[in-house]
Design a protein around this ligand. Structure first.
Ligand SMILES: O=C(O)c1cc(=O)[nH]c(=O)n1[C@@H]1O[C@H](COP(=O)(O)O)[C@@H](O)[C@H]1O
Length: 272
């Protein structure tokens, strides 16, 4: 089944467009997982247990797994998410010459979708796009402050670079498997890009810790009801915010992640 059809089913099943970002920063893991064989996996398993009923998708960012143990933690995490029937978008931001991209694309054997960087052009993304059952989210207008350095540049023949990327991505969407990444910190750009590509689902990061606009994320991020709004630290580290009282520390910690995911689901659903 094509990724976006599968994602649409999951969104409907849980009535949620929340993407839970699994970015297990080793410096922030709670003491209860520190002694585990694979602390990041141990942490993610508990996060998945606490959040899966609100999750349309999990989005592990590859940066948090790029060492030997990390890779094992990632594999376990993806298998566990799949066991809960939740698709996994690997946030790897890949993009390289064709020969290298073909190797990168092997990653899609384990994940359902990937983020990709369009800077090197169509041939650098072709090996991902050719995996017709997998989703490819192309960076378009990113949420970080420096996103404007290149992406907002005005082109000689009109429009900005991010608008050009949106138009190109529509052309790359031969198999209906292309999405765009547009940050919630850029509500005006979200609206503009939605006008250029009415049918392409967005991954909208930047709500939560980066303070982005949840309403715009939903209003412009979804295409025919399909799209994702991601929060990572705002969910997985919600337990750092202290005691609720009564529960044992571990339950309290991961319970807070579950409540944060549930709150985000509710908030986003106000605008769906
Ligand atoms: O591709 C992404 O997911 C991404 C694109 C972007 O423009 N901004 C952005 O924050 N992200 C990722 O989304 C996640 C955001 O994390 P939080 O700020 O903790 O919610 C991180 O994994 C980022 O790398």
């Amino acid at each position: 089944m094509h990724f976006f059809a599968r994602l649409g089913e999951r969104i409907e099943a849980v009535d949620s467009v929340v993407s839970v970002g699994l970015d297990p920063d080793p410096d922030r893991l709670p003491p209860s997982v520190a002694d585990a064989d694979l602390p990041r996996w141990s942490f993610n398993r508990r996060i998945i247990d606490a959040t899966h009923e609100y999750a349309a998708c999990y989005k592990p960012n590859a940066a948090f797994y790029e060492d030997a143990d990390g890779w094992r933690a990632l594999e376990e995490t993806i298998a566990y998410a799949h066991g809960k029937d939740v698709p996994v978008l690997l946030d790897a931001k890949r993009g390289d010459i064709g020969n290298t991209a073909r190797q990168y694309a092997e990653i899609l054997d384990m994940a359902d979708a990937i983020t990709a960087n369009p800077y090197m052009g169509q041939d650098s993304l072709a090996p991902f796009l050719q995996r017709t059952d997998k989703g490819v989210f192309v960076l378009c207008r990113t949420s970080n402050p420096g996103g404007s350095d290149l992406q907002d540049l005005e082109l000689d023949d009109g429009g900005t670079l991010y608008e050009r990327v949106a138009g190109l991505a529509a052309g790359w969407n031969e198999y209906g498997n292309v999405g765009l990444v547009v940050g919630a910190t850029n509500p005006d750009e979200l609206e503009e890009i939605r006008e250029i590509v009415p049918d392409i689902p967005f991954l909208v990061p930047g709500v939560g810790a980066q303070g982005g606009d949840a309403e715009a994320a939903v209003e412009f991020g979804l295409a025919d009801g399909v799209g994702l709004v991601n929060s990572s630290r705002g969910i997985i580290f919600a337990g750092e915010n202290g005691a609720r009282g009564g529960e044992p520390p571990e339950e309290e910690y991961f319970g807070a992640a579950g409540r944060a995911a549930k709150r985000l689901k509710r908030r986003l659903n106000e605008f769906r």
